[in-house]
Design a protein around this ligand. Sequence first.
Ligand code: WT7
Length: 635
Amino acid sequence: MVPKISTLSGYIHEYQKSVANPTGFWANIADSFYWRKKWDTILKWNFNDPEIEWFKGGRLNITENIFERNLFQHGEQKALIWEPNDPSESIIELTYEELFSEVKSFANVLRNHAVKKGDRVAIYLPMVPELVIAMLACARIGAIHSVVFAGFSANALSERINDAQAKILITADGGFRGNKIINLKETADEALLNSPSIRSNIVVKRTNQKIEWNTKRDFWWHTEMDKVMDEASAEIMDAEDPLFILYTSGSTGKPKGVVHSTAGYMVYAAYTFKNVFQYSSNDIYFCAADIGWITGHSYIVYGPLLEGATTVMFEGIPNFPNPSRYWDIINKHQVNQFYSSPTALRSLIAEGQQWIKDVKMPSLRVLGTVGEPINEEAWHWYHDHVGKNKCPIVDTWWQTETGGIMISPIAGVIPTKPAFACLPLPGIQPVIVDAEGNKLCGNSVEGNLCLQFPWPGIARTIWNDHPRYVKSYFSKYQGLYFTGDGVRRDEDGYYRILGRMDDVINVAGHRLGTAEIENAINEHPLVVESAVVGYPHEIKGQGVFAFVVSNDIPMNAIEELKNSIKKGVSKMISPIARPDFILFVDGLPKTRSGKIMRRILKNIVEHKSDFGDITTLTNPEIVDHLLQIYNSMEK
Ligand code: WT7
């Protein structure tokens, strides 16, 4: 098991060690894992011509580190507790032994379908245990999983399958979400019309609904599992072999396939899990994220299971059948650490105090939050009403690309401040730079958040597009990894994340590229052009606001056009990306080189009246027009 920091002086000591001798620091942590062969070189790196390699020459399999390494101590212990969408349905509990057996069986199913080391497997599943089993079965045989969030549309799924050239798709007949049924198989069928690389589609039976069946391509999960044995050897991987791809949005173009490595990701996910949440043996840990995002990968699946923890996986949503659902789960399973998001908390605050005020949750010790800046009101509500003033909050800042938590309190060890991610974890060296890339030293400074030294969990590349990796993260500031976030370091050296500085917006903790949404809007035949910005939203943090230029639409057709544009976005991307507001305008503010000056649009929707220098606009008169239309719209 990885070492655990338990005092503030311990943190300071470890942090100093990690900066003075990063390779020695990480080698010591990596030593607690099970290697078939130890590494030759701890770290090779270059942030100018980016190539990063950790534990090169090492050989291992991450599932041997979850199972073989833990079984002796934890074989009988619960690995996974699955809580269904509907609380009247039975829970599922799998011990490490049982989960291992399922993983090995499904590894054999994949092998029967000719999946080999390095092949890509797309997984489009609701939050059911088969999702965890499928991911770990891929890892067992060295296949690269690409989990696609089950809220994505057929078009988005197909785009991700095609980019990775996945061989197999794993989906379900449907999924339950509150009182809704999600028709996953139907969406997958539609996606597969445009995804010829998929040879087999393995379908989990969950909702039992009627579905179409393609006898050449579709296979039931349970019938495939009946055909196999539960012994499967692990494929021994190189430290730097990819473990998974996870698509995320950037400021331009199509989604990026972020690639994580086997060994570095493993070491980082386990170390950060253990330390940030202060996990101790026999604790029950519950992360309410979806495994379709990186939070679920690192902190429902890999981090907890590597550390022999009991991880709770929840199929449903926070307000079904009522807004006490999380608190009921916490009490039912005696949860010790709970990890959630500002959006979920704000939506529960909005439901009223009656759902929390008399609830006692004596087992709770640590509360976590992730995904977007948490406002002070939500922070205090979480602290006072959920944590009853006795649980430290870990506000964890990180990204899909960082693989694990980067800046965060260590629960009970680092004193917290409301709405602050606080201090960097050991091994993490943040720097703040101004727009020109000058490092801002000392405290009480604000600027762009960069990292000046690699950590084991850093993404190694963008699938099939290393130049895009270089351009997205390493080209803006020489020799630094740029996160895209703004940050303030206060007088005590504490970090407060201010939000994205690029054209990425964060809607309910979901990361969306404005360019991606604009492309979807522009597909509409009546749209000439569009610009999307995030506007402040009480619950979702940000909402999607679209300025759209369209020719001569009759007044009585406006609502219809808005609806069909919104529908188009849902279909092209996901209902998550659907604009909350569409405003038809005569034109967009443009610079002489034809670029949309987004700053102006942002200021309008944020009700900031200072537009700065607008003399470089070719059409400065448009600003008054936009303001006038904006002010007269219904909000
Ligand atoms: C972006 C990354 C990390 C898992 C979920 C999101 C924002 C994330 C925080 C936080 C303020 C945060 C940043 C970051 N973000 N955590 N604690 N405080 N902002 O992963 O989809 O890759 O998004 O989420 O803007 O860059 P992601």
